[in-house]
Ligand binder design. Structure first.
Ligand code: NAD
Length: 505
């Protein structure tokens, strides 16, 4: 039996990190971080705002040139050391992540165990990345070189606080940028901890700064700051539109990993048990609070009733409770706000005429009263025009829709404004590829869901975002490309003296 995590050892107050120093907010304000499993305050953090963002951007701007000039080998050594320290301190990170998000310890152990890979992967990329030599007519040599952008603003959400920050931080640093991080106000503790790990690994002061605070104040100030060369946000689609508009005003690079409403497409050649396990996993990991949650379960009508029956049975059996208990399968939602959103959508689903197949209630009684627990919930008899089928709920509420043909399945999977992810479940290899290629989503899994790797590009289409995380493409997104054209011929050139037919471009 796996052990309970150690109790997180969190100081009562955590200051910000700016220019290598621990700093209170200029205003002196603080705010509380809550444990959603019991409503207790975990700690207070500094409530940064525009003045603190100014200080952090100034520190990053001062540190950026030296970091950009640091040879990739040295940058890689620091990132590799950070990966090793993070791996060593993993139990501490897991305990804190469980406490600030309410995610079950089994999930957090599995997820965080892989985070060091991002630092070592991008360390390797920074050492091995090659630029190009390009065909260029005439006696010319044209080559390109990648340079860091400068200072990058990283704005991150609460649902995977360490993993999502890591997906941005590792490539940004590997490419030679300095960063200012504005983590979610709901879960800022592990972002502060990883900045400490990087400092311990030898990252120079000022290269990684963290300003804790709220979106409309600290977040907006960062996104509107003149000194920022790229904004990289993971958050809701509406936040993405606002941040992209601010980036547009200053022509700053922007990358946004935004909302989702992933479809799980199940064909009738999949075993019923496999289909039930697949839909359960896609729907309820993280209590449904993931951007790639399988929120729309599209099941072929010939097997829909059987799969739904099994899904209901397995949903009822899920162990919901204390996230620190290794046998817990579903923890609380991250906050009262998220719980209220889930409850609101359950009412909307009922009013729209969908059938509440299982769940639908906040859990109450005993320890449940202290936290924000909601039953895993499945709606059936859902049509694609219903709000519960279209809008991101970001909680343990999913809907089942039926289809008869492959064409119908594809049309349904594409029948949403989002385009982050989808999965296709079939034993027919040709159909698996065919359907995957017909779905307008940035990530499509065949016979799996939720899989991620630092080397595998990740990012949405349509309202789910712009840009990519992970892989070489992400590293390149943290650089600017300079093209250098060298004349190889010694032949004299004087356009205005010589009126012959010459090339001038
Ligand atoms: P959110 O949009 O409320 O907040 C995200 C971050 O943006 C936070 O740090 C917040 O403080 C900041 N912010 C909020 N308003 C801002 C503003 N006006 N200016 C600047 N910054 C601002 O999102 P959330 O509730 O923290 O996270 C859930 C959302 O994130 C969901 O929509 C989910 O789909 C999305 N998400 C997407 C991915 C992905 O890979 N595409 C991954 C995880 C989460």
């Amino acid at each position: 039996m796996p052990e309970k995590p150690s109790q997180p050892n969190i100081p009562a107050y955590l200051p910000m990190l700016i220019g290598g120093a621990r700093r209170d907010a200029a205003s002196g304000k603080r705010f509380a971080v809550e444990n959603p499993a019991n409503g207790e305050t975990l700690c207070e953090v500094a409530e940064g705002d525009a003045a603190d963002i100014d200080a952090a951007v100034a520190a990053a701007s001062a540190a950026a040139p030296a970091w950009a000039a640091t040879p990739p080998l040295q940058r890689a050594e620091i990132l590799n050391r950070a990966a090793a320290i993070l791996a060593e301190r993993m139990p501490e990170f897991v305990a804190v992540e469980v406490a600030q998000t309410g995610r079950p310890v089994r999930e957090m152990r599995a997820q965080l165990a892989r985070t060091p890979e991002w630092y070592s992967y991008f360390a390797a990329v920074s050492r091995t990345h090659e630029s190009g030599v390009h065909p260029f007519g005439g006696p010319y040599l044209n080559y390109t070189r990648r340079m860091p952008l400068g200072v990058v603003g990283l704005v991150t959400p609460w649902n995977h606080p360490l993993l999502i920050l890591t997906k941005k931080l590792a490539p940004a640093l590997a490419a030679g940028n300095a960063v200012v991080i504005k983590p979610s106000e709901v879960a800022p503790i592990t972002p502060l901890m990883i900045a400490e790990v990087l400092a311990e690994a030898g990252l120079p002061d000022g290269v990684c700064n963290v300003v804790t605070g709220f979106g409309p104040t600290a977040g907006a100030a960062l996104c509107a700051h003149e000194g920022i060369d790229k904004l990289d946000l993971t958050g809701g689609t509406e936040t993405g539109r606002r941040v992209a508009a601010l980036a547009g005003e200053r022509l700053t690079h922007f990358s946004g990993e935004l909302g989702g409403k992933a479809s799980v497409v199940v064909f009738d050649d999949v075993l019923d048990t496999e289909a039930a396990a697949a839909t359960l996993f896609a729907s309820f990991i993280a209590a449904g609070q993931t951007c790639v949650q399988g929120a729309r379960l599209l099941v072929q009508n010939s097997v829909r009733d059987r799969v739904l029956e099994m899904l209901i049975e397995r949903t009822r059996a899920l162990q919901i409770g204390d996230p620190t208990d290794p046998t817990t399968q579903i923890g609380p939602m991250v906050s009262e706000k998220q719980l209220n959103i889930a409850m609101k959508y359950v009412e909307i689903g009922k009013q729209e005429g969908a059938t509440l197949a299982v769940g639908g209630n906040r859990l109450t009684g005993g320890d449940y009263d202290k936290g924000y627990y909601h039953e895993p919930t499945v709606f059936s008899d859902v049509t694609n025009d219903m709000r519960i089928a279209q809008e991101e709920i970001f909680g343990p509420v999913v809907c089942v829709l039926g289809f008869d043909t492959e064409e119908e399945a594809i049309a349904l999977a594409n029948g949403t404004d989002f385009g982050l992810a989808a999965s296709v479940w079939t034993r027919d290899i040709s159909r698996g590829h065919r359907v995957a290629q017909s779905i307008d989503a940035g990530i499509v899994w065949v016979n799996d869901h939720h899989r991620i790797d630092p080397a595998s590009p990740w990012g949405g289409f349509k309202d789910s975002g712009i840009g990519k995380e992970n892989g070489i493409v992400c590293y390149e997104g943290y650089t600017k490309l300079q093209s250098i054209v060298v004349k190889l011929s010694d032949e004299p050139f004087d356009w205005f003296e010589d009126s012959s037919d010459k090339r001038y471009s």
